[in-house]
Design a binder for this molecule. Sequence first.
Ligand code: PHE
Length: 470
Amino acid sequence: MAAKRAQWGSKLGFILAAAGSAVGLGNVWKFPYVTGQNGGGAFVLLYLLAIVLVGLPIMMGEILIGRMAQKSTVSAFRSLAPKSAWPLVGWLGVIAGMIILSYYSVVAGWSLHYIYLSLSGAIGGADPEAVKELFGGLYVDTTANLGWHAVFMVVTAVIVIGGVQQGVERAATFLMPALFLMMTAMLVYAMTLPGFGEAVDFIFGVRFDQVTGATVLEALGQSFFTLSLGMGAMLTYGSYLSKQDDLVTSALSISALDTAVALMASLVLFPITFSYGIDPADGPGLVFQNMPAAFAQLPGGALWSTAFFLLLSFAALTSSISLLEVVAAYFIDERGWTRRQAVIVLGAFIFVLGVPSALSGGSQAFGAGFKDLTAPVFAIVGKEGMNWFDTFDYIASNMLLPLGGLGIALFSAWRMGERARRAEIAAGSTLGKIEALYLAWLQLLRYLVPLAIVTVMLYALGIFKLLGLI
Ligand code: PHE
């Protein structure tokens, strides 16, 4: 008999850990700037639709597979569909986990660097233009990038070594409430700013003339990344869930929390953006350039800045924990490694895999050189060449996650037996026993979800552009 499998201490612990995985850089860094670039309200509406119609059904399917098998990704597919190609979906997840974590840790490292800058007095009260330049300096600073990347990976690894209850769940139980508290404080402050009204109108005022095909697809892609779907994070976390716990309300809570944080982050960022005359369509620099520049002019700016980057780092940490857990769980479940062994070896490997990303700003080979190298490949899909970092992000977000999500949707809606699926959804759940809801979920997962994913992928591959459709 194998040792008893780890389980969450409580359903709340599971929800916090899974919401921790979902809430991350995708919510605080990416969502606001993508919203800004896509004209605001209309994008937000489409994003909400994508969460409800595509994200939520997949999340239920993913947790369901994990809880049914009580195993992590590859093993789960192997035990539910022996002697088939389905474990490939699990494999895809493990690989996606390594790739995403390798560059995610670099961005999280920037956030750590900004905590340090805030505390050292380089932001509060400083010249806003000079503060804006700080990011350019950090971006090309090889030592700082490698150093913070290493620090962040070590912190992640130490928590994951602690195990499911003592590590992952305990960290989330502290980090998530702290994140909500800081976010709420910042939101209350943002409400007092002159730009708040304008921000609310920007985020919730739906102007349909701004909706294009690209907006729809961007919203769908974002809903995937932000909910941590398609790579087995929810599957693995679901495998530590007891059969008595309600899978349906858990998935609802996780999605609701994730959406709430994304909207709150926007309601914090945009009032500051508008109050200080920054263009909301400014792009990825919103968090690392414009926000610090705004903090520089704020009374008590050093404090707000520290709190904000602490919040961003906490959000990133609970996500990186889930990424490493998926990868480690594979080696623990399938190869019989001890948790400590798996985490140290894989943590080190992922750190090395992330070195080129950490050097993408400061080195010719992984930066401009790599861009030239990949230019012919990306030209096929109508894009410019990308450095190592952007290439990894592109492959993971636009290929691996959608493919994994497709696999999970098809497996849970078509491959799994009707009786087993019904019983698993209904176990411990009142909503799961309602026939109409069950059928609605199944139909979405069977038809709409695969169609939506295939569309996103064709878009990411530039097929629509090629055909002159958009
Ligand atoms: N959901 C995380 C975020 O929004 C990213 C993530 C993707 C984490 C996939 C785990 C798995 O930042």
